[in-house]
Design a binder for this molecule. Sequence first.
Ligand code: ATR
Length: 276
Amino acid sequence: MANLYALLGHPVGHSMSPELHNTAFNKLGLPHRYHAFDTAPEHLPAAVAALKTLGVAGWNVTVPHKVAVMDELDEISEDAQAIGAVNTVVNKDGRLIGYNTDGQGYLDSLIDAIGPALRHKRVLIIGAGGAARAVATVLSRYGTAGLFVTNRTAEKAETVAAECASATEIVPVDLETAKREAIDYDLFINTTSVGMSPHIDEVPFPVEAMDENKWVSDLIYNPEKTKWLRESEARGAGVHNGLGMFVRQGALSFELWTGEAPDLQAMTQVVKRRLG
Ligand code: ATR
């Protein structure tokens, strides 16, 4: 049966998700379609009810609905509860189940880059918003040699540390201390919007700390390499951007909906082509 899948967000005009999923459906010869619906916040409950009534099989949820949508669902996965946000909904015969594939998508793409050595890294997460919660939750569960979080507003880092930890303890560190003791970390992860337009000339953490023993990961994928990644790479650090996370979160949603693994290479090509 041909199913419809959807994206609810505001705005959604520039979203790459429709092309990402429609390409993956085509590659597998599946008859399904994916369509983005621009949904103003006040219309979210009605939009979810409409998708459910019409039997839409599943959908993604993006900014600004990832937290608010949780009130409209029947069940929330463990990951989504820990992260405190949903980006994927499965409509199982009228029962709406919320998942979060952002965190696991990020972890999958980080392992693609670093490999199993990730377990031996001391990791500093920069930022304490929704993206930081996703990253902190999966890294704590995966287990690393150390896990730290720092943020411009220190109290928010303390909240992330307290709420997202499971296997590995998450230690909040104030930003000035983290900068002074940068030698202690092996992998730095930027989850803030610093480096994205209009902040393309700013860096979230000093690059002087970076050398060939360090890894630097930025969740941003547009630009493909932020100033922080470019300058860290020039100093010899390993670098990882957010492109793989975007593809992998989509792939995990796709698997939840169809039970099949999409063509990751074709999905990556879609994104690279769109970014030019
Ligand atoms: P998201 O859900 O995408 O993570 P968010 O919840 O708005 O977005 O979180 C944004 C994060 O980026 C926060 O950690 C924020 O720091 P504050 O908690 O101090 O606001 C951080 N951030 C945004 N702009 C920043 C800037 N110019 N400098 C430093 N940190 C910034």
